[in-house]
Design a protein around this ligand. Structure first.
Ligand SMILES: Nc1ncnc2c1ncn2[C@@H]1O[C@H](COP(=O)(O)OP(=O)(O)OP(=O)(O)O)[C@@H](O)[C@H]1O
Length: 780
């Protein structure tokens, strides 16, 4: 494109006639606007214009112009390249993916930093508040400012001179000239000279005013002789607004600046005490008689005026409107001292409800702004009639205020707050619980010298009051709620404690039960193990006994036909048997010595028969022995082999074998068992004598059937080892026994080996099949 323009320009300069004869190269070469870069065209046109100025008189182009055009074109080209490059870079940056994470990271960092700063801010602001209040308290919770008005026209006209002197080096002091030309010095927290304006006054007042936002009760009142500027200081004029308006303005400003930390609600009440009557200034009383208002003590001990209008305000405009309305209805009258003399005490109450947005703490505090009526001497102001009555009430209430202040100053136990409506209403705002500021208004006129002295003396007394530290006023309704919550919490805590105790005792019981359970489980495990071991041993014993019996069946069938048929000899090796504490062979004994011997010592049939006879006798005679065994060992000598019999040497000694057998009592249904006579244990007779007796009866049965544990399997016996069969009244109580009953176990007398005395189980002898020759011995 640049080339096109360049060519066009070159053509133009080389052939200027092409434009003059109307045959435009634009038409012939069709230069379109789209083909041209506007900047380039502009540049070219400039060049053309400038070049045309250098055209030689013959109309031909000059070389420097062309050269310039060419240079410019190349510059344009370079610039275009740069532009494209930069555009690409911008696109790349826009599309770059790393921007977002970095941005979010930076944002995160900033958020964290902001949080930290907020925290620091809160800490610092609370510290600032603390220090600020500490400062106020150090200065004193009752502070007195003195303000002297300028000499007015009347004073000047009367030729009165100023009797008040101010020392520039001591701004808190003033001197009053006495009639005897002596000077009396007074010191206050601040002294305002006649030339000090409203702003200066409020600058000193502001710190106390803002304490109300921190939850402190504040009272500011103006005291002084009529016409000294009390109303001017408190109300001011529309041009010079006073403390009241400025205070509310400042409260709005401060609450706004603290809005991130605190939320405030401001409401305003306005009343006057006129002739000891309270009048609401925010109620239009023109149409109907004013409502009678009284000071009442609330449940929380604060003084309230029920029925007093409390208007919420949101901005200074609303405040100003309200104040104007109230001032309009205030009782004023003309006196000799003041044309617009206040005939009442005017009280503006600002209620501040604050809520800390961070910790939820709530406060409710009052700020009283009081413009007292003038403390004039009745005689001096020349009042009479209604004015005189007003003055008397005014003086009475001011006197009551003086008494209260005197009582506070002398720290007497009784403060006479109730002597006037004014002091009664201000009870919570005068004294140690709040911050008090008094403006003592004085006149500089020599004509008011005496009044000024009285006012200054009174103010000095007030300043001398040492009040305690101010206390933050919590919202009373909030306090009540908190109290209720505390009560509820206490009750709930008691309940929780009870429940915790219950849970604890239950836990203890549970632990004890668990412990018992564990013990029982251990016992059951031991018993199971013992049982399993016993079973194994029994099986082995039986197997071995069977094997032995089969090997000696021939001889045994001759010698002991009954035994070999009915009871295979059990002869496990010693190592396989259950450990026996003591084994005593059942050896035949002398008849005189009672029971027969417990050892089967001879294998011959004769001896066997003899022994059998003895055993039969002993079984019927010594039932005590019968009752004992539960596990028994039988020793016997096997019959000699047939070869030895054949050879007549039937006395060949055979090794004695021993088997261990278990005895079992007969089934409970057995009538013979139930009626068994046991001479040694007569108490067992007849099945009576309680469960324990029954247990013994069943345990130490005289039954002669010898039953192996295997044989016991499947029998009713395994249900209850201790006679828990049907019809038995005895029920096990011990947990171990109960646990055992629940398990399918085979009872073995071995388990009771340490409990029962030894006994000898006898072979069955009564039945024909019971030709037992074995000797039974009890194991311990
Ligand atoms: N510091 C001051 N500067 C200028 N003018 C003042 C000052 N103090 C008072 N005045 C003027 O003095 C006059 C009387 O003041 P003001 O009415 O406030 O007195 P007061 O103490 O309220 O009297 P009263 O007790 O009778 O109500 C008003 O016109 C007021 O403008």
């Amino acid at each position: 494109m640049e080339g096109t323009i360049l060519n066009f320009l070159i053509d133009l300069y080389q052939h200027p006639e092409i434009c003059s004869d109307g045959d435009s190269p634009c038409e012939s070469k069709e230069y379109s606007a789209e083909d041209h870069d506007p900047d380039a065209v502009e540049e070219s046109e400039d060049s053309v214009t400038s070049g045309s100025q250098q055209v030689s008189p013959n109309g031909g182009p000059t070389l420097p112009i062309l050269q310039k055009i060419i240079d410019l074109s190349s510059k344009i080209k370079v610039l275009k390249d740069e532009h494209a490059l930069v555009s690409n870079q911008v696109k790349e940056i826009k599309n770059c993916s790393f921007v977002e994470p970095e941005m979010s990271k930076a944002l995160q960092l900033l958020t964290t930093e902001l949080g930290t700063l907020k925290k620091h801010y809160l800490e610092e602001s609370s510290e600032r508040k603390r220090l600020y209040n500490e400062n106020i308290e150090l200065k004193g919770n009752i502070r007195v400012f003195c303000r002297c008005r300028p000499l007015n026209q009347a004073d000047i006209a009367n030729g009165c001179a100023s009797v008040v002197e101010f020392d520039a080096s001591h701004e808190n002091e003033l001197q009053l000239l006495s009639s005897d030309s002596s000077k009396k010095r007074f010191t206050f927290d601040h002294v305002f000279k006649p030339e000090d304006g409203q702003e200066t006054v409020f600058a000193q007042t502001k710190p106390i005013v803002t304490s109300v936002l921190d939850g402190y009760n504040v009272c500011i009142f103006a005291y002084g002789q009529t016409g000294t500027g009390k109303t001017f200081t408190m109300e001011g004029t529309p041009e010079n607004r006073g403390v009241n308006y400025r205070t509310l303005e400042e409260l709005f400003r401060s609450s706004e600046s603290r809005s991130r930390l605190m939320k405030f609600e401001l409401s305003v009440s306005m009343l006057e005490v006129y002739n000891e009557k309270i009048r609401d200034l925010l109620v239009d009383n023109s149409s109907h008689p004013p409502k009678k208002l009284e000071v009442k003590q609330s449940a929380e001990g604060t003084q309230e005026v029920p029925g007093l209008v409390q208007a919420q305000v949101f901005n200074t405009d609303e405040v100003w409107e309200l104040l104007k309305r109230g001032y309009c209805v205030r009782s004023v009258g003309s006196t000799a001292a003041n044309e617009q003399s206040s005939r009442s005490h005017c009280l503006l109450r600002v209620t501040v409800k604050g809520e800390n947005l961070i910790n939820g703490q709530k406060t409710r505090s009052h700020l009283w702004l009081v413009d007292l009526a003038g403390s004039e001497r009745v005689g001096k102001v020349e009042v009479e009639g209604e004015r005189l009555k007003e003055s008397q009430f005014i003086n009475k209430s001011l006197s009551a205020l003086g008494d209260v202040i005197s009582a506070l100053a002398s720290k007497t136990s009784h403060i006479p707050y109730r002597n006037s409506k004014l002091t009664h209403m201000l009870q919570n705002s005068l004294g140690g619980d709040c911050k008090t500021l008094m403006f003592v208004q004085i006149s500089p006129s020599s004509a008011d010298q005496g009044e000024t002295l009285c006012s200054l003396n009174f103010a000095s007394r007030v300043r001398g009051i040492e009040s305690g530290p101010a206390r933050k006023q919590a919202d009373v309704s909030e306090l009540l709620k908190l109290k209720q919550m505390t009560e509820k919490l206490k009750h709930e805590e008691k309940e929780t404690k009870k429940l915790q105790d219950n849970v604890q005792s239950l836990q203890l019981r549970l632990t004890a039960r668990e412990h018992i359970c564990k013990g029982l489980q251990d016992k059951v495990r031991d018993l199971e193990f013992q049982l399993a071991e016993e079973r194994k041993t029994r099986i082995k014993q039986e197997t071995r006994a069977l094997a032995t019996a089969s090997s000696s069946s021939t001889t045994a069938s001759r010698q002991l036909p009954t035994i070999t048929e009915k009871k295979p000899p059990l002869a496990p090796p010693r190592s396989m048997r259950m450990p026996l504490r003591r084994i005593t062979n059942f050896m035949p004994q002398q008849p005189s010595q009672g029971p027969p011997a417990k050892r089967f010592s001879d294998a011959t049939s004769k001896e066997n028969n003899n022994n059998n006879n003895r055993l039969r006798r002993s079984s019927s005679m010594d039932i005590n022995t019968l009752m004992k065994p539960r596990r028994s060992s039988i020793a016997f000598r096997p019959a000699p082999p047939p070869s030895s019999i054949a050879s007549g040497n039937n006395k060949t000694l055979q090794p004695r074998r021993r088997v261990s057998i278990a005895t079992l009592r007969p089934e409970p249904s057995s009538s013979s068992y139930m009626n068994m006579t046991t001479p040694s244990r007569p108490a067992f007779r007849g099945g009576g004598g309680g469960p324990r007796r029954g247990r013994y009866s069943k345990l130490f049965s005289p039954d002669h059937n010898l039953v192996t544990p295997n044989a016991m399997k499947g029998s009713r016996f395994k249900k209850s080892p201790l006679g828990g069969g049907e019809g038995s009244s005895w029920k096990p109580r011990h947990p171990t026994v109960v646990a055992l009953q629940k398990k399918a176990v085979v009872w073995s007398p071995l388990k009771f080996k340490n409990r029962r005395p030894s006994f000898i189980a006898m072979r069955a002898s009564s039945s024909s099949s019971s030709t037992t020759t074995d000797l039974v011995r009890r194991e311990q």
